[in-house]
Design a protein around this ligand. Structure first.
Ligand SMILES: [Zn+2]
Length: 64
């Protein structure tokens, strides 16, 4: 799932336990429960990041 931080920037979170993933490289696992971060999760997150960047050109990199 994707969370939005107070600035509206997307943050990738675990589908299983809802925590925000600590490591965001491909093949990483959930920091809390060990669930695998799937390519679909990563793709969804990248789409959300791209959308956020397009809508907020004046902001620096969102929280990661
Ligand atoms: Zn988890």
């Amino acid at each position: 799932m994707i969370f939005l931080n107070p600035l509206g920037a997307p943050q990738l979170a675990c589908d299983h336990c809802g925590c925000r993933w600590f490591a965001r490289v491909e093949g990483a696992t959930c920091y809390e429960c060990g669930s695998e971060v799937t390519p679909e999760n990563m793709a969804e997150y990248q789409v959300a990041l791209t959308r956020f960047a397009a809508q907020n050109p004046n902001l620096s990199q969102p929280d990661r």
